[in-house]
Design a protein around this ligand. Structure first.
Ligand SMILES: Cc1cc2nc3c(=O)[nH]c(=O)nc-3n(C[C@H](O)[C@H](O)[C@H](O)COP(=O)(O)OP(=O)(O)OC[C@H]3O[C@@H](n4cnc5c(N)ncnc54)[C@H](O)[C@@H]3O)c2cc1C
Length: 382
């Protein structure tokens, strides 16, 4: 794609997490002649939220637009292009929600919501629940629900698939390069980075928790993003005989756990607000998760091998923000990935590329109401 002077369109993607790299890959797929550079402030890509997730594909998660973006992503996740990956990205893993007697109403609510779900959500008896996650304490269980078609995602391989596609198509990646500000320059932008200035015709803001910081630095009205902490940690598990075990969580989303080789991956599933930062775990959050998991299971967790915290970043209505800014059409948003940015990344990246230069969404987005992700939808509300 060239402008009238014969120059390739210069696109700068800010952020090397899953959102930025997918957008960058899809932009070059859609516009092979464009000159696309991805700018990442850290020394390595995927250092922040993308490298800290639970790596799950759970199709019935989040707002209707998040589910539509997930549906648009499933084909890529199930049958990724053979030249971009060496092994399957998904490994089957059922998701089990468990409820005590007092939480029975939440089960009904979940089953109700599940009726319009993309994939089945079914109630199972306690024997089946114990088969799916043997350490559960039967006396604490009252009702249990399964989402049988869920899967683990190989996040590293997915991210690398986009890196491969992007690099092969001529894309450039600049790590340790922070964008500090962007000034309008003709129809495009002059970016001030820690590595010097850079001209771009189009800027894609995929800066995760820093999405509003990047917008403010460009003189663009922020959308009101809220990063929320979520802590995860690894403990020793009962051994390697965990084949077929479910990802298991309290129906109140107060804890979750899954096996990861000889260890168990655990989380408090908390949603505490935070500033954009390199979030670190707090002892109290880990201790509370251990209490809850020990109450619900016979695992008897006493010590932690490693712990980390990631920021899940939400827009005010919890749907993503994708597409050109209404007042600055050469400033394109791809933020607000919340708790589903991995499983929606093929779709979110492709939609960003579809809309970036004023185009229409591809047919895979037939189930998506575009207004639900439109960057202008919060304007004038605050
Ligand atoms: C504990 C936990 C469990 C999760 N589980 C799941 C799950 O099971 N399934 C799922 O789909 N999702 C899950 N998520 C959510 C998912 O991880 C996120 O939605 C996703 O990683 C967000 O990706 P991102 O690219 O938007 O953000 P990030 O990965 O944070 O990337 C943003 C990048 O922008 C860079 N950046 C910021 N500002 C600048 C700047 N000025 N200049 C240059 N670079 C900049 C940052 O350094 C960062 O690398 C989970 C998250 C957590 C924390």
């Amino acid at each position: 794609m060239c402008d009238h002077s014969g120059m390739s369109t210069r696109i700068a993607v800010i952020g090397g997490g899953i959102a930025g790299i997918s957008a960058a890959h899809h932009l070059l797929e859609a516009y092979p002649d464009a000159d696309v550079v991805l700018l990442e402030m850290e020394a390595t890509l995927a250092h922040h939220t993308t490298g800290r997730s639970a790596a799950l594909l759970l199709e019935n998660l989040g707002t209707p637009s998040a589910r539509a973006l997930c549906s648009a992503s499933v084909q890529f996740l199930r049958e990724p292009p053979g030249d971009l990956v060496d092994a399957p990205l998904l490994a089957h893993r059922p998701v089990l929600h468990v409820a005590t007697r007092e939480q029975s109403d939440q089960v009904d609510q979940m089953l109700d919501e599940g009726r319009s779900a993309t994939t089945p959500t079914i109630e199972v008896d306690l024997d089946e629940a114990l088969r799916l996650f043997p350490p559960l304490r039967r006396e604490r269980l009252h009702r249990t629900i399964v989402e049988p078609d869920s899967a683990d995602i190989d996040v590293g391989a997915l991210h690398q698939a986009f890196v491969r596609g992007f690099r092969r198509a001529g894309g450039r990646i600049a790590t340790s390069t922070r964008v500090d500000a962007a000034r309008p320059d003709g129809d495009g932008w002059r970016l001030e980075t820690t590595d010097g200035d850079l001209g771009a015709d189009l800027v894609v803001n995929a800066a995760g928790a820093w999405g509003d910081v990047v917008a403010l630095g460009a003189g663009v009205e922020p959308v009101g993003l809220q990063p929320r902490r979520r802590t995860a940690f690894m403990v020793n598990g009962p051994g390697l005989e965990t084949t077929g075990w479910a990802f298991t969580e309290g129906v109140d989303e107060g804890w979750y756990i899954k096996d990861d080789g000889p260890q168990m991956f655990c989380s408090l599933a908390e949603e505490n607000p935070s500033e954009p930062c390199d979030a670190k775990p707090e002892e109290m959050d880990v201790a509370l998760a251990i209490d809850r998991i020990n109450e619900a299971t016979t695992l008897g967790i006493r010590s932690v091998n490693s712990a980390w915290t990631g920021l899940r970043t939400f827009s005010p209505d919890e749907s993503m923000v994708i597409g050109p800014d209404p007042e600055h059409p050469t400033f394109v948003w791809c933020v607000g990935q919340g708790g589903s940015g991995i499983q929606t990344s093929p779709g979110a990246g492709r939609l960003t590329a579809d809309l970036a230069l004023g185009g229409e969404p591809s047919a895979v987005f037939a189930g998506l109401v575009l207004d639900e992700v439109a960057p202008g939808r919060f304007r004038g509300r605050r």
